[in-house]
Ligand binder design. Structure first.
Ligand code: SER
Length: 313
């Protein structure tokens, strides 16, 4: 049977890249993109699109009944910095959105669901370097708390109801197709846009704030690989650590400067520093590697070259 896929949150940073990849793999008409945003014709011409709020259970039911998905990618969420501004809204969207999607998947016999977690599940007393899969997790942001609770529910829905949810803990994601919105790691995308516009960037994190990051192509590969892996390979039913590259703003700026001589960075630290300080600086992903063969391809240098080339085209 041909796969029928629904992406929830298709207009976001991950959704944009994921939709393109899944449509090339499965055919445009087999991938329904949905988002709370109104999409213009440049998007809707690419394949089926439906405006949809994941909090609206009736609307979800209609869309699922009509499209009959075999796989669902649920990406609609509020990221860390925005959720700190609107804590209650962030909690509601991230949790209730997840419940309504998981319940719709159960009601419509969806074979597999992907739900993203984040490095934000870790907190100040988590080991900072080479953070293991299993360790102290004491997130102190609403986003991190909602992602940690969500992970527990992934495990719960799998064990209690047999819902085959797959999940990875995304690090900061860097891609050129779409801008991130409301995250703490967003600087690592903004910096490329500003480098090409002005050859300088003012960073809201300190120069030595090292965070786990990943080039978007690797993240999309990981997302599709884990969702398509045979069920018996998925031994962790909460969410997998995955690691790409770790760097701080100064290291990234130096790598950009190599490609764009004269590029400069300065710093104007804001409230996002506190969030970044609570997160790990690097991640151990041995389990993802041994269970479903996860392996990233992009290092810092390759990512910087690719970002600058793509964005200047
Ligand atoms: N990129 C996210 C954020 O900064 C973390 O998963 O909120």
């Amino acid at each position: 049977m041909a796969e029928k896929i629904i992406i929830l949150g298709s207009e976001g940073q991950v959704g944009t890249d994921l939709a393109a990849k899944l449509r090339s793999e499965y055919g445009d008409s087999n991938v329904l993109c949905t988002d709370i945003k109104h999409a213009d014709s440049s998007k809707t011409d690419l394949g089926p699109y439906q405006e949809l709020n994941v909090m609206d259970r009736n609307a979800l039911k209609d869309v699922f009944s009509k499209h009959k998905p075999t796989m669902v990618y649920h990406l609609a969420a509020m990221l860390s910095a925005t959720a700190e501004q609107f804590p209650r809204k962030g909690w509601d969207l991230n949790m209730e959105g997840m419940f309504s999607v998981f319940d719709a998947c159960l009601d419509h016999d969806v074979k597999r669901v992907f739900w993203p977690s984040s490095i934000a599940v870790f907190g100040p007393t988590t080991p900072k370097e080479n953070t293991p899969q299993h360790c102290v997790m004491d997130p102190n942001t609403i986003y991190g708390i909602s992602k940690l609770a969500g992970e527990r529910f992934c495990d719960y829905y799998f064990n209690r109801y047999g819902l085959d949810v797959r999940s990875i803990r995304y690090p900061g994601l860097i891609g050129w197709k779409a801008l991130p919105g409301g995250g703490t790691t967003d600087y690592a995308v903004d910096i490329f846009h500003k480098a090409l516009q002005d050859n300088k960037y003012t960073c809201f994190l300190k120069s030595d704030t090292s965070l786990p990051m990943m080039y978007m192509d690797d993240a999309i590969k990981g997302t599709i690989d884990i969702t398509e892996a045979p069920a018996e390979e998925i031994k962790i039913r909460s969410s997998y650590n995955i690691s790409g590259v770790s760097f701080d703003p100064e290291t990234l700026a130096n790598a950009i400067e190599k490609e764009m001589p004269g590029f400069t960075i300065d710093y104007d630290i804001d409230h996002r520093q506190k969030i970044a300080d609570s997160w790990p600086s690097s991640i151990n992903d041995d389990e993802a590697h041994s269970d479903w063969n996860w392996k990233p391809e992009f290092d810092l240098e390759a990512m910087v070259k690719e970002m600058l080339t793509r964005l200047s085209q």
